[in-house]
Design a protein. Structure first.
Length: 268
């Protein structure tokens, strides 16, 4: 499966507002596609973990369904190199850049990190390095990097978010069927964010949860530094093994396909 190629081709053919917000470590474009117009305006990013590349196809479905009111920037593949490593293996990495992948080893199909072995979803400046599962060496998952925003992919998402100044952000992951919404926000903001999270819960059927021992994620950064309502949706049932394949997509589509439409429609 050439997930990056499919996303790039969709981007090429899309006739609405779109832009490249940055490039990956290996030079692949990070795309953003806008649906709808006006307020509220959100950012919805997908597949920041390589092995969760099925989320990129959910992004395309969200684009096709569009919006009646409000607008959302869709970032279908926040970690294109990681997605290609997971889906195509070492052949997706240029020969002169394979050393780090080879030194880490393991089952590349389960690769979450970028091409430098940094887990992008622990590389944001939000209590960076304090997560219970964090490691401080290159790995297929959980390596925080040498510093916050050390990676071109997280810089691209950071700078784009600051430029757009969204009203909310969504992060789509697999799996677990739960919505994470809390990251140390004070009670007034927690009440606001939980009310919005409940809209997502009703739309997907997923319960709300709290990842108390994690830090450094995109959602965490949006909540703590930008004071935004921000949510991580872990889509897909636990019965599906990583990396989730086509057999899981019907389930994702059925439960999550209308989530953005519902969230924007019920925004207040």
């Amino acid at each position: 499966m050439d997930v990056y190629g499919e996303i790039a081709e969709f981007y090429r053919q899309y006739r609405g507002e779109k832009r490249v917000i940055g490039t990956s470590l290996l030079g692949r474009d990070v795309f953003a596609i806008k649906i709808g117009k006006g307020k509220p305006c959100g950012i919805s990013q997908y597949a920041i973990h390589g092995r969760e590349y099925l989320c990129a196809f959910l992004a395309l479905e969200h684009i096709r369904r569009g919006l009646v009111n409000g607008s959302v920037w869709i970032v279908p593949l926040a970690n294109p190199d990681g997605a290609m490593i997971s889906s195509q293996g070492i052949k997706s990495v240029p020969p002169n850049q394979r050393k780090i992948i080879g030194s880490i080893g393991g089952d590349l199909a389960l690769w979450k990190a970028n091409a430098r072995g940094v887990d992008l979803n622990v590389n944001f400046d939000a209590r960076w390095g304090t997560g219970a599962s964090n490691v401080r060496y290159p790995a297929s998952a959980d390596y925080i990097g040498p510093s916050p925003f050390s990676e071109p992919e997280t810089v691209a998402l950071r700078d784009f978010t600051l430029e757009v100044s969204p009203d909310f952000t969504l992060s789509w992951h697999t799996k677990g069927e739960v919505i994470y919404w809390r990251f140390h926000q004070p009670l007034p903001r927690a009440a606001r964010d939980k009310r919005i999270a409940n809209v997502l819960s009703r739309a997907t059927g997923y319960p709300l949860g709290e990842a108390r021992n994690s830090a450094g994620g995109y959602k965490d950064w949006c909540v703590e530094k930008l004071k935004l309502p921000a949510f991580t949706v872990e889509a897909g049932a636990e019965k599906f093994p990583h990396p989730l394949g086509e057999e899981a997509y019907t389930d994702l589509s059925k439960k999550c396909g209308e989530a953005i439409v519902r969230l924007v429609k019920e925004w207040r």
